[in-house]
Design a protein around this ligand. Structure first.
Ligand code: GLY
Length: 409
């Protein structure tokens, strides 16, 4: 079989045991991502045709038989694939990727009025938000502001938080650490609309979470359940982690990313300090493997046969690049982030033309529910691409957060 010239670098990377150094991986990883994502586009179109369910929009993961799992725009993972396509446009400047993103972005717009979810940021900001950032089309601006209006209907001023889930009988007003990620949408909506109420909700949520979600060692609980009438904390528990008292790996990464982003938006040093404390917890954790890709829960790591969570590593890498631009510990954060990306590139990427076009293997979605264990998951790919973009921007001496425009190669 003849191998196309442009595929050689990552085919070799997948076969050779020698590690490729961080400074070399960036463009190779993007070459690989372009190739794989074309496959994922083809696989997605084929699966939609086969299933004939018009509501299915975008790829989420692979099932136990290796079949592509598609989700509708309602799903919390529905906006990531649009984001991936836009990241490829951002990196390459190739209009092909922008055009490919358009139906996936358009498919998300209707979600802006769904007040039944806290995942508005994951869904709308990562799809429509990226589209607005890169194209400045006015319709996207309106979508972002409407999505923020809908999201703050879930805010309870007595609790000081946005409610995460509605349908869990065991909890009255659950708030999960993941919810920090949805605040980025609110900050952006204030910038776009001039309405400070979104900003105020974001800051109040971040402050309440800071007060109640963290333990003395700076790890975080997954779920805090509040009394909606009094704001009192009723329960400190887990949903996706190993135990109520454990440190679920992705939750720690969401916290790191969330407080870094809150510092960017507010310049409140408390948030910067919290992000640094979380980084310390993660990267000085004795259960962190040498390749910096954690097991799915730091407190389950000692048990035998536990899966890793590549998504947690990708989220943390992206957060660390940003944190490095605000912190005295810039050098060590960049070193850790580079190390994560090198590990992901060398040992967690799928072989070219496999995994139906996903980029990273070995993520864990919901271990206690026996769901999505050691699989590719679309949000791992999203934060991998975002981290690679940030790595590249830092190397180019550009601001790590791109508020608009394409990457200068
Ligand atoms: N709820 C988002 C996650 O599973 O991380």
């Amino acid at each position: 079989m003849r191998i196309k010239q442009q595929l050689l670098p990552f085919l070799l990377a997948g076969c050779l045991t020698t590690s490729v150094q961080s400074q070399d991986i960036n463009s190779r990883a993007f070459q690989f991502a372009e190739h794989q994502t074309k496959l994922l586009l083809t696989e997605t179109a084929a699966a939609k045709k086969e299933l004939n369910k018009p509501k299915l929009l975008s790829p989420r993961t692979l099932d136990k038989n290796g079949k592509l799992v598609l989700v509708s725009s309602k799903d919390w993972c529905s906006g990531f694939f649009a984001g991936n396509l836009l990241f490829l446009y951002e990196y390459t400047g190739d209009k092909f990727w922008l055009e490919q993103s358009e139906p996936f972005v358009a498919g998300m717009e209707g979600e802006k009025t769904d007040g039944g979810t806290h995942d508005m940021g994951f869904k709308l900001y990562n799809s429509v938000g990226n589209a607005y950032r890169l194209t400045h089309q006015l319709k996207y601006k309106d979508d972002i502001v409407q999505a923020a209006k809908t999201l703050i209907t879930r805010f309870n001023p007595v609790v000081g938080c946005i409610k995460s889930w509605d349908s869990r009988k065991e909890w009255k007003f659950p708030v999960i650490i993941d919810n920090m990620m949805n605040l980025e949408l609110l900050f952006e909506a204030t910038r776009l609309s001039g309405d400070s109420s979104f900003y105020k909700v974001a800051v109040t949520h971040a402050n309440t979470t800071l007060k109640n979600h963290f333990r003395p060692d700076n790890s975080s609980y997954h779920v805090i359940d509040y009394d909606p009438e009094t704001g009192k904390v009723l329960h400190k528990q887990t949903h996706q982690g190993f135990a109520d008292s454990s440190a679920w790996a992705r939750g720690q990464a969401w916290g790191l990313y969330g407080y870094t982003m809150c510092y960017r938006e507010t310049h409140n040093k408390i948030y910067l300090q919290q992000a640094e404390k979380i980084a310390k917890y993660i990267f000085s954790n004795p259960q962190m493997p040498a390749d910096l890709v954690p097991y799915w829960d730091y407190d389950a790591a000692k048990l035998s046969g536990q899966p890793r969570d590549a998504s947690a590593a990708a989220i943390a890498a992206s957060a660390l690049y940003e944190l490095s631009t605000y912190s005295k510990n810039a050098k060590s954060y960049r070193k850790e982030a580079d190390k994560i990306l090198t590990s992901l590139y060398n040992n967690y990427q799928a072989q070219a033309d496999s995994a139906r076009g996903f980029l990273l293997l070995h993520s864990t979605g919901h271990k206690p529910a026996h769901s999505e264990i050691d699989v590719p998951i679309i949000y791992a790919d999203y934060y991998y691409l975002e981290a690679l973009l940030r790595q590249r921007r830092i190397a180019n001496r550009e601001p790590v957060i791109n508020t608009g425009g394409l990457l200068k190669n």
